[in-house]
Design a protein around this ligand. Structure first.
Ligand code: NAD
Length: 380
């Protein structure tokens, strides 16, 4: 076994060789990269923001939010007193570079030395973009289940093109998960965002670089969200269900940050980018179909997904969960044109992704057609 400091953030990289693994970690060798960050989790943890800001030595904070969450951002930021230098509330989906540049102008004009991102993946994306450009500390306070706060990944958009990069310095220094901040997340966004989180865990279970630690987190994350989401849809202010869902989202986000994703994420990226479809709903519609596609090639992962959901079959269990949450059932409903099916199939098979089952155009096209029409998932 070799243990070394892997990068400037001193995240640890543990590699187990096959012969060592035979004694200590089962028959298959693996590599595991841990990330360096601090997590504060619970109900009411937002009250610890000042303490966490002080811990990082930040004197002039810029709070980041979207327009819709501006009041929430201002209210939470107020507890920082004289440390609050301003609230920037223009965060938008897909991290447009022009938004980051206008925030950078505020950073310079206001002598900012740290960021607090309060919101979903869009706001956390802006926090990552600013922190990586300036080297300043970043505290994320997630209010959806998307999981961006746990990943070293950032997708930025300029002139209509989204470019994704991966770097350890994109990971927030501290993540404050406050269950109370999710109580106001509307049920439909909660359900879609939760399915988005489950998708990270499903693909982590059959990832090329899957390992025992992320698989444990993946199964636990699916189980926690699978239990919580149906309760949240009925009673959005159910604190115990919100606790489970945010805990599950943390685990699923960790999986997304730790191992590579496969066909499902590629398809959602292609569909979202080509037809401007809503991110989380696209995940919710595609996930049972992509899971069914991979079922024959990833039997162990299927057992774990089904077990986590208390279902007899992984893809069917995911399909039934999505149906029970009242989410859109078809790509047609969320704005995909039928004429786009062939284009989506073409793009999806370009630049091959690691995937347990070979990605063939005809089968992928059938999968997209089934999702377009809202048919139950089947082996394509
Ligand atoms: P989002 O951040 O765009 O939020 C959707 C809407 O819900 C926004 O208007 C937001 O203000 C509002 N909202 C969020 N939390 C709320 C709350 N608690 N109460 C009321 N309103 C609330 O949506 P998202 O799904 O969290 O993030 C999507 C974006 O994140 C996409 O751009 C996606 O590409 C990115 N993402 C990135 C990663 C990564 O690892 N880099 C991971 C997941 C998602």
């Amino acid at each position: 076994m070799r243990i070394s400091n892997a990068d400037a953030n001193s995240a640890s990289d543990v590699q187990v060789t096959d012969s060592a693994a035979a004694q200590s970690a089962g028959p298959r060798g693996f590599a595991y990269n841990s990330q360096q960050y601090r997590v504060v989790f619970g109900a009411g943890t937002a009250a610890r923001l000042n303490e966490e800001v002080e811990r990082l030595g930040i004197r002039r904070v810029l709070v980041l939010t979207t327009r819709e969450q501006r009041d929430q951002g201002a209210r939470l930021g107020a507890q920082l007193g004289s440390r609050l230098a301003g609230v920037f509330s223009d965060a938008r989906m897909h991290t447009p570079v022009e938004v980051t540049e206008s925030a950078m102008a505020v950073v310079q004009a206001q002598d900012i030395d740290g960021f607090v991102a309060i919101g979903g993946g869009s706001t956390v994306g802006l926090g990552k973009a600013l922190s990586s450009r300036t080297g300043l500390p970043h505290i994320a306070m997630p209010t959806t289940y998307a999981g961006s706060e746990m990943t070293p990944i950032l997708g930025e958009t300029q002139h209509g093109i989204k470019t994704t990069r991966r770097s350890q310095d994109l990971i927030p220094d501290t993540v404050i998960y406050d269950v109370d901040l999710t109580l106001g997340l509307p049920s439909r966004i909660s359900a879609a965002s939760g399915m988005n989180a489950i998708a990270h865990a499903v693909e982590a279970l059959y990832a090329e670089d899957a390992n025992p630690l992320t698989s444990l987190m993946a199964e636990e994350g699916i189980a926690a969200l699978g239990r919580a989401l149906p309760r949240i849809v009925v009673a959005p202010s159910d604190g115990a269900a919100r606790h489970d869902a945010l805990y599950g989202a943390w685990l699923c986000g960790t999986c997304l940050g730790a191992v590579g994703m496969s066909l499902h994420h590629k398809l959602c990226h292609v569909l979202g980018g080509s037809f401007d479809l809503p991110h989380a709903e696209t995940h919710a519609i595609m996930l049972p179909h992509a899971t069914a596609y991979n079922a024959v090639a990833a039997p162990e992962a299927m057992v774990r997904i089904a077990r986590a959901l208390g279902a007899s079959d992984a893809a069917r269990g995911l399909h039934e969960l999505a149906q029970s949450l009242g989410l859109p059932k078809t790509l047609a409903e969320i704005g995909m044109p039928e004429s786009g099916i062939d284009r989506a199939a073409d793009v999806a098979v370009q630049n091959a992704y690691a995937n347990p089952r070979p990605v063939e155009r005809a089968s992928v096209r059938e999968l997209i057609v089934a999702a377009y029409r809202g048919e139950p998932p089947s082996l394509h």
